[in-house]
Ligand binder design. Structure first.
Ligand code: KIV
Ligand code: ZN
Length: 511
C-alpha cells in the first residue's frame, strides 16, 4: 500500500505573487473550483491579511470549496492569524499557514530579532492559530539557508505547540537536490517528535531546480509538496504541480507514495491558469507544453507508430490532452455543447451562464465552421465579468487599413448603458483601436503587455489576445478571443478596463 503524498497548491497565493499575475476574486474562484476538480488536497487561497481584496478572495474560496482543504497564509502574529481564521471560517476543511524566517541573514537583517525571539514568536503563533483550527502549518522561511541545529530546535518547539505540518521552504531557490534531501532526512531523524507532523517542501525555481529539489525531498521522507500550476510564482516561479504529480506517478518504481490527483484535469487546469494570468506556457514545457507529446523526427515517429512506448513514457490523454479534433459545428445543439463542456471538465456554472456561453458558441460557429476543443476552452475563459462590473461594452467597430494611409479605427462603445462613438489613427489597426478607446475613457492605464496567440491551426482560427494594464500599482489582465484579431484585441482591452473598474473610466465630455 503506497503512502499518500499531499499536494498543496499555492497558485492563488505564491503564484499570484508573480508580477502581472494578479487575479480577480472571480478568477480565483474559477481556478479554485478547477483545483478541487483535479483533487488537490490543500488550496492555499491567498494571504488574507495582505489586503481587503485578498481577504474577500480567500473567503469566497472558503465558501465555495467543499472537498479540498482551504488555507490562508499568515505572518506569525495575532492580527494576521485572526484575519486568516476569519477568512477561512466558512470552509469545511480549514488550515492556517503561519511563517517566520529562520536563516541568519533574514533574522538579523530583515526581522532584527534574535534566534530565541524567533522561536518564541513561532511557538506563540502556532498556539494562537490552534485556537481556530486543528490544522496548522508552520513554515521556516528561508529554511534552505537556515542552520540545521536551529531548524531542529524551532520545529521541535512548534510541533510541541500544535503544528501539524512543518514546511521547509527553499525560499530563494538556492539549494541543490542532494543537499535539500539531506536536510529533510536529517530533520526527520533528529527532531524527537518529527513523527507527530507531516514534513512539507516548498521550492523556488531560481536555479531551475524546484521540481528536482521537491522530488529529492519526497524520496527523503517529505509527504507534502507545495507547488503551482505551470510553475507560476515569484521570480522564476515555484515547483510545477504537473511535473511533480507526473514524475511520482510515472516512476512508481522509485517512489513509496502517490498523489490522489486526477491527472486528466492537468491540461485543462494549465490552460485555465495560463488564460487567466496571461502567462503563456512555453511549447516545450514538460507535460503541459503544446509540443510535450509531439514527435517531429522521422525515427521517433516511426518508433511510436510501431510501439508507442519506444519514445513515450506517458500517454497524452492521461494528462488531459485531447486530439485536435472537430467537436462541434454550426448545427450542434445546446445539449451537445453542454455534454462536450462536461467531457472536457469545463465548469458550466448556472443555466444562465450556459445560455450565454451557448450564444457565444453560435456566434463563433457562424464565423468558423469547425469548432475545436481549444475554441471551447477560449470561449469559456471569455466568460463575461458580472454585469455590474461590465461598465464598458463593445457595440461595433470599423477599421480602415490601406497602404500609404494611417490606419484608422472608429468604435462605438456602450458605457453604463449609454452609447458613445470614438475614433483615432494609430501606427497599426490595433494601436488605432486602443487609442480610440483611450480617447473616450481616459483610463490613464499603462499597457504593459499585449500578446496574440492563435488558438488552433488555419487562417480561420480564433486569435486569443491578452492585454495587461497597469494603473496606480494595480495590474490586471484582459482577455479576448475572436476570429478577427482586431476585435479580439478590443475585447481584451475593454475586459482589462472593466477589471480596473470604476476609477479607470472618466468619459471625455467632448464626445
Ligand atoms: O517561499 C517561501 O518561503 C514562502 C513561505 C511563505 C512559505 O512562500
Ligand atoms: Zn514561496
Amino acid at each position: 500500500m503506497k503512502e499518500h503524498l499531499i499536494i498543496f497548491d499555492t497558485t492563488l497565493r505564491d503564484g499570484e505573487q508573480s508580477p502581472g499575475a494578479s487575479m480577480t476574486k472571480e478568477e480565483k474562484l474559477r481556478i479554485a473550483r478547477q483545483l478541487e476538480r483535479m483533487r488537490v488536497d490543500v488550496i492555499e487561497a491567498g494571504f488574507a491579511a495582505a489586503s481587503p481584496g485578498d481577504f474577500e478572495a480567500v473567503r469566497a474560496v472558503a465558501e465555495a470549496i467543499k472537498e479540498s482543504t482551504v488555507c490562508s497564509l499568515a505572518r506569525a502574529n495575532e492580527a494576521d492569524i485572526e484575519r486568516a481564521a476569519e477568512a477561512i471560517r466558512p470552509a469545511k476543511r480549514q488550515r492556517i499557514h503561519t511563517f517566520i524566517a529562520t536563516s541568519p541573514i533574514h533574522m538579523e537583517k530583515k526581522l532584527r530579532m534574535t534566534p530565541d525571539e524567533v522561536v518564541a514568536q513561532a511557538v506563540e503563533a502556532v498556539r494562537f492559530a490552534r485556537r481556530f483550527t486543528d490544522d496548522v502549518e508552520f513554515s521556516a522561511e528561508d529554511a534552505g539557508r537556515s542552520e540545521l541545529d536551529f531548524l531542529c530546535r524551532i520545529f521541535e518547539a512548534v510541533i510541541e505547540a500544535g503544528a501539524t505540518t512543518l514546511n521547509v521552504p527553499d525560499t530563494v531557490g538556492y539549494t541543490l537536490p542532494h543537499e535539500y534531501a539531506e536536510k529533510i532526512r536529517r530533520l526527520i531523524e533528529r527532531v524527537p517528535n518529527s513523527d507527530k507532523a507531516i514534513w512539507s517542501v516548498h521550492c523556488h525555481n531560481d536555479l531551475g531546480l524546484a521540481v528536482a529539489n521537491s522530488l529529492a525531498a519526497v524520496l527523503a521522507g517529505a509527504r507534502q509538496v507545495e507547488c503551482t500550476i505551470n510553475g507560476l510564482g515569484e521570480r522564476a516561479g515555484n515547483a510545477a504541480l504537473e511535473e511533480i504529480v507526473m514524475a511520482v506517478r510515472t516512476r512508481q518504481d522509485a517512489f513509496p507514495c502517490d498523489t490522489r490527483i486526477d491527472a486528466t484535469q492537468i491540461v485543462p487546469t494549465s490552460k485555465l491558469v495560463s488564460t487567466i494570468t496571461g502567462f503563456p506556457v512555453q511549447p516545450n514545457k514538460a507535460i503541459v507544453g503544446a509540443n510535450a507529446f509531439a514527435h517531429e523526427s522521422g525515427i521517433h515517429q516511426d518508433g511510436v507508430l510501431k510501439h508507442r512506448e519506444t519514445y513515450e513514457i506517458m500517454r497524452a490523454e492521461d494528462v488531459g490532452w485531447t486530439a485536435n479534433k472537430i467537436v462541434l459545428g454550426k448545427h450542434s445543439g445546446r445539449r451537445a455543447f453542454r455534454a462536450r463542456l462536461e467531457e472536457l471538465g469545463i465548469e458550466i456554472g448556472s443555466e444562465e451562464q450556459l445560455n450565454q456561453a451557448f450564444a457565444r458558441f453560435k456566434d463563433l460557429a457562424d464565423k468558423k465552421h469547425e469548432i475545436f476543443d481549444e475554441d471551447l476552452f477560449a470561449l469559456m475563459a471569455e466568460e463575461p465579468t458580472p454585469s455590474e462590473q461590465e461598465r464598458i461594452r463593445l457595440v461595433s467597430t470599423m477599421i480602415h487599413s490601406e497602404t500609404g494611409e494611417p490606419p484608422h479605427a472608429k468604435l462605438t462603445l456602450a458605457i453604463d448603458g449609454k452609447e458613445y462613438s470614438t475614433e483615432a489613427d494609430g501606427s497599426g489597426p490595433v494601436d488605432a483601436a486602443f487609442k480610440a478607446i483611450e480617447a473616450l475613457v481616459h483610463s490613464g492605464a499603462e499597457l504593459v503587455l499585449y500578446s496574440v496567440n492563435a488558438i488552433t491551426q488555419g487562417t480561420d482560427a480564433q486569435g486569443e489576445v491578452t492585454v495587461r494594464l497597469s494603473k496606480g500599482g494595480r495590474i490586471v489582465n484582459g482577455l479576448g478571443a475572436d476570429t478577427d484579431i482586431i476585435v479580439a484585441s478590443i475585447k481584451a482591452y475593454i475586459n482589462a478596463l472593466n477589471k480596473l473598474q470604476h476609477d479607470a473610466v472618466r468619459i471625455n465630455p467632448q464626445l
